[in-house]
Design a protein around this ligand. Structure first.
Ligand SMILES: C[S@@+](CC[C@H](N)C(=O)[O-])C[C@H]1O[C@@H](n2cnc3c(N)ncnc32)[C@H](O)[C@@H]1O
Length: 194
């Protein structure tokens, strides 16, 4: 199929944005698959910071990275991305939000509209010039519907001089396929004096 699903397209954008030696942030580490993708792309000289509110997720991500031999290039943080500005420092070339709950785990512990918007607000100033924030939103469950509504309200208010916002969704598919939002900061080439 030519059209990638939301998750695959988010991975393709990470591939386009990242070069060896870059820094990337995964704000929802979960089972570690996005973190692993980022770690592969930044290479041994790069760095990935991966955060999850659940210790179980941090352990799962740690195990996945260990199996791949990528532990050294990833800093794992057990914390709430609502406090992103206290947990880490930018700049990051890519920042990833893969919303919802940990697959195969407690559905009660999910991202929510309030914490997600707070975290995105804090992530924006951490974005490197030319960098990108990817947000995959699952809206098949009640919390997810509220989260999507909050994103659709908040993201269009962002100043296009500071970040451009893409919404990528399939509009005739059953079962509420996830939606990708991608926020790109202007690159260095837009600001030759920087
Ligand atoms: C859909 S999963 C992420 C999947 C993951 N990126 C992967 O590739 O396996 C969402 C994750 O967000 C985490 N999460 C929920 N609320 C959070 C918060 N406020 N701060 C940090 N992580 C949170 C959950 O614990 C869960 O592991």
């Amino acid at each position: 199929m030519l059209l990638s699903n939301a998750l695959k397209f988010s991975h393709e954008l990470m591939e386009r944005a990242l070069q060896p030696g870059d820094r990337a942030l995964d704000a929802t580490a979960g089972n570690g698959k996005d973190t692993r993708h980022l770690a592969n792309l930044v290479g041994p000289q790069g760095q990935v910071v991966a955060i999850d509110i659940q210790e179980e997720a941090v352990k799962k991500t740690a195990k996945l990275l260990e199996d791949e031999g990528h532990s050294e290039r990833v800093e794992l943080i057990n914390g709430d991305h609502r406090n992103l500005d206290e947990l880490t420092r930018g700049p990051f070339r890519v920042i990833v939000f893969n919303l919802g709950y940990l697959p195969g785990s407690d559905h009660e512990i999910s991202t929510n509209p309030d914490s997600t918007i707070t975290a995105i607000r804090k992530a924006l100033p951490m974005l490197a010039p030319g960098g990108i924030i990817t947000i995959v939103a699952y809206h098949g469950h009640t919390e997810g519907k509220g989260e999507l509504a909050a994103l659709e309200k908040f993201l269009p208010t962002l100043n296009q001089e500071e970040v451009i916002v893409l919404q990528y969704s399939f509009i005739n598919q059953a079962n509420n396929p996830p939606i990708l939002f991608a926020l790109e900061a202007p690159g260095d080439d837009h600001y030759p004096d920087r």
